[in-house]
Design a protein around this ligand. Structure first.
Ligand code: ADP
Length: 360
C-alpha cells in the first residue's frame, strides 16, 4: 500500500475554474516527488490540497490507505515550506526553529537538543542568536526549512522554495535540499517551474500542463521516453528541436533537407503517408561526423555560444531553426554551411495532431 495516494483528484475553485483534472499518483515513503510545469498549470493547487489548505472538489486523498480528504493539516502530519520564508522577524533563528515545538509544549531540554541537531544539519549552528534580517536569503531559506524539518512530520511540502534566491544561491540550496532529504529520508513533495531543479532533485517527476498530468516518471524516463511533444520540449536544456511536416514519400522536409522517417515508422510508414508528424531531436544527440545509420542535414550557422564545457550552435535551414550542442573544440564559424547527422536511434516521432509519441 502506498503511503500517500491521490485518486482522480480534481479542484474546481468557487468561481468555477477547473484548475486540476483527475490527478492520480501513489507516493511511497521516503520518495522525493517534484511537480513541474509552467506557471498556472495547477502545481500549487495540488500541493495545497495535499497540505489540507485547499478543499478537494472531487476524488480521494489517502494516507496509509485511509481517506484523509477531511483531515486538517495537523492530522495529516505535513509541514510546508513556502516561497516567502514567513519567518518571525523579531525572533532569533533559534526561536524561529523552536517555535512549533514551543507551541506544542515540548519540554525545553528536548527543544534545545532538536534545535541544535536541526541547525547542525542545515549549517546554522553559528547563527542561532541572529535575527532573520541579519541573514542572507539562502540562510533565511534554511531557517524556514529548519522550522519544517524539526517537527518530525511524515511529509514535507515545498512550494518553489528557491525562487527568491539568486542563481548561485539556488544551485547551492538545491544540493543542500538533496542532502537534507538524504539525511532525513523524509517524504518530500516539491513544486517548481524549473526543469533543472526537477531533474536534479526528484526520484520521480510529475509534469503538468493546463491542470492535467502529462507524464509521471523518473528523470531518465522523462528524458529518454517522453510521451508527447510538451514533455519532450519541457525536459532538457536547451530544449528538444522539433521539425513539423507532412510525410511525403516516407520523409519530412527540414529546409531543403529530406529526413527519411519511413524506416523509423517501420510497418506503420504507409499509414502515415500524407499526414503531419513532428520529428524531434535533442541538441546533444547530433554528430558532426557521420555515424552509421543517421540522417544528414545541411544548414547555415547563425550564431554560436561558447559555454565552457560545451557550446550551442544555432542553425537555420531555409527558415527551419534548430539548436545543436557541440564540444568547445567543434564550434563552427558563423555564417558558414554546416553538415550534421541525426542518429536514427535518437530521433523521436510524434503525431502532428495529438502531439503524442508514435510508438514504433
Ligand atoms: P501553479 O502553481 O502551477 O503556478 P496554481 O495551482 O497556483 O498554478 O493555479 C492554477 C490555476 O488556478 C491558475 O490558472 C490560477 O489562476 C487558478 N487559481 C489559483 N487559485 C485560485 C482561486 N483561489 N480561485 C480561482 N482560481 C484560482
Amino acid at each position: 500500500m502506498a503511503y500517500l495516494s491521490l485518486k482522480e483528484i480534481n479542484k474546481i475553485y468557487p468561481n468555477g475554474y477547473h484548475a486540476v483534472h483527475n490527478f492520480n499518483l501513489d507516493i511511497e515513503k521516503g520518495e522525493f516527488i517534484v511537480f513541474v510545469g509552467p506557471s498556472g498549470c495547477g502545481k500549487s493547487t495540488t500541493l495545497r490540497m495535499i497540505a489540507g489548505l485547499e478543499d478537494i472538489s472531487k476524488g480521494d486523498f489517502l494516507i496509509n490507505g485511509k481517506r484523509a480528504n477531511e483531515w486538517g493539516p495537523q492530522q495529516r502530519e505535513v509541514a510546508m515550506v513556502f516561497q516567502s520564508y514567513a519567518l518571525y522577524p523579531q525572533m532569533t533563528v533559534y526561536d524561529n526553529i523552536a517555535f512549533s515545538l514551543t507551541l506544542m509544549g515540548v519540554d525545553e531540554d528536548e527543544i534545545d537538543a532538536r534545535v541544535r541537531k536541526t541547525a547542525g544539519i542545515l549549517g546554522l549552528t553559528d547563527y542561532l542568536d541572529r535575527l532573520p534580517r541579519a541573514l542572507s536569503g539562502g540562510q533565511r531559506q534554511r531557517v524556514a526549512i529548519g522550522r519544517a524539518i524539526i517537527r518530525k512530520v511524515g511529509v514535507f511540502l515545498m512550494d518553489e522554495p528557491l525562487s527568491n534566491l539568486d542563481a548561485k544561491q539556488r544551485v547551492t540550496m538545491r544540493s543542500e535540499i538533496a542532502q537534507i532529504h538524504r539525511s532525513t529520508g523524509a517524504t518530500t513533495i516539491y513544486v517548481t517551474h524549473d526543469q533543472t531543479e526537477a531533474m536534479t532533485l526528484a526520484d520521480r517527476i510529475v509534469v503538468m500542463k493546463d491542470g492535467y498530468v502529462q507524464q509521471t516518471g523518473t528523470p531518465k524516463e522523462l528524458y529518454f521516453n517522453p510521451v508527447n511533444v510538451f514533455v519532450a520540449g519541457f525536459i532538457g536544456e536547451p530544449p528538444m528541436n522539433f521539425v513539423r511536416g507532412r510525410v511525403e514519400n516516407g520523409s519530412v522536409a527540414f529546409g531543403a533537407n529530406r529526413l527519411n522517417v519511413a524506416e523509423k515508422l517501420g510497418g506503420k510508414a504507409a499509414a502515415w503517408e500524407g499526414r503531419e508528424i513532428v520529428l524531434g531531436f535533442r541538441p546533444e544527440a547530433i554528430r558532426l561526423q557521420d555515424p552509421a545509420d543517421a540522417l544528414t542535414v545541411k544548414a547555415q550557422v547563425e550564431l554560436t555560444e561558447m559555454l565552457g564545457d560545451n557550446a550551442n550552435v544555432y542553425v537555420d535551414a531555409d527558415g527551419s531553426k534548430a539548436i545543436l550542442k557541440v564540444t568547445p573544440h567543434e564550434i563552427p564559424e558563423m555564417d558558414t554551411e554546416l553538415t550534421f547527422y541525426l542518429p536514427k536511434s535518437q530521433i523521436y516521432l510524434f503525431d502532428g495532431e495529438s502531439e503524442n509519441v508514435i510508438e514504433t
